[in-house]
Structure formats: structure tokens, C-alpha cells
Ligand binder design. Structure first.
Ligand code: DQA
Length: 143
């Protein structure tokens, strides 16, 4: 069974509370439940991890390598737009990766238009709400 690590960055643990007009009303734990359900329907294994700390996200990416994961789905949240360390970690492990953003970062403030992590991702699911995680799971399940 394919093993997929789903990594969420800072403030995504506040889903359902933070700016619901942008990110919706579903909480992080409900997102995790949805991801686990979608994964089991697709016949893949998904492990969900979340951190508010840049270095811990780097550790999660390296864990994907040491755990022999088949792919990474990552929403680095605000670190998307700032973190060379996360970009370098994705390049270092050289695993197939997909970037997810709940909101459409290209339609928001200019500072959200650049995605460093996205430069190491082969697929991008942007502005699709929580469905983006489903589409990313489908992408790797079918690959
Ligand atoms: C986000 C978009 C980022 O710009 C923002 O900092 C987030 C969430 C998204 O999923 O839409 O925290 O990655």
C-alpha cells in the first residue's frame, strides 16, 4: 500500500476558527478524519502531521524519507512564501511531492504569489478548499 505523508504548516491547527470566510468552518481534526477516509477509499495510507515550527516541518519531510514514504502532500501555510529550508528539504529527500493551498494564493496579496515549496512539487492543488487534499491523494493513488 502506498504511504503518503500529509504535512500541514502553521495556523492550520486553527482551521474552523481562523478567518472562516477564507478557510471555511471545518476544524483541523475533522480535516484529518476526512483525509483518512479519502485515503482508505483510495486504498492508500495517509499519515497527517501538523506543526507551527519551520524546523519541525523540515524534520517531518526528512521523516518521510526515513519512513520510506511514497509521496508527500504539503501545505506549508505561511512558510510557503518564505522558507528556503522547506524547499531544500523537499529537494533533499527527492520524493514526489504535491502542494496544497486551501485558498487561491495567486488571487490574494502579492506576498502570497511566490511559493518556494511549490518549486519542488510536481503537482499543485490551489484554491480548491479542503478538496485540494482529496485531489492530491487521488493524484498519488492513481500515479
Ligand atoms: C494557505 C495560504 C497561505 O498564504 C497562508 O499563509 C496559510 C494557508 C492556504 O492553505 O490557503 O496559512 O497555505
Amino acid at each position: 500500500m502506498k504511504k503518503i505523508l500529509v504535512i500541514n504548516g502553521p495556523n492550520l491547527n486553527m482551521l474552523g476558527v481562523r478567518e472562516p470566510e477564507i478557510y471555511g468552518n471545518t476544524g483541523y481534526l475533522d480535516l484529518v478524519k476526512k483525509i483518512e477516509k479519502w485515503a482508505s477509499e483510495l486504498g492508500v495510507e495517509a499519515e497527517c502531521l501538523q506543526s507551527n515550527h519551520e524546523g519541525e516541518i523540515v524534520d517531518f519531510i526528512q521523516k518521510a524519507y526515513f519512513d520510506k514514504a511514497d509521496a508527500i502532500i504539503i501545505n506549508p501555510a505561511a512558510y510557503t512564501h518564505t522558507s528556503i529550508a522547506i524547499l531544500d528539504a523537499l529537494k533533499a529527500v527527492n520524493l514526489p511531492a504535491a502542494e496544497v493551498h486551501i485558498s487561491d494564493i495567486n488571487e490574494r496579496e502579492q506576498f502570497r504569489h511566490i511559493s518556494y515549496a511549490g518549486m519542488a512539487c510536481e503537482a499543485h492543488f490551489i484554491g480548491l478548499g479542503l478538496e485540494g487534499y482529496k485531489k492530491a491523494l487521488e493524484y498519488f493513488a492513481e500515479k
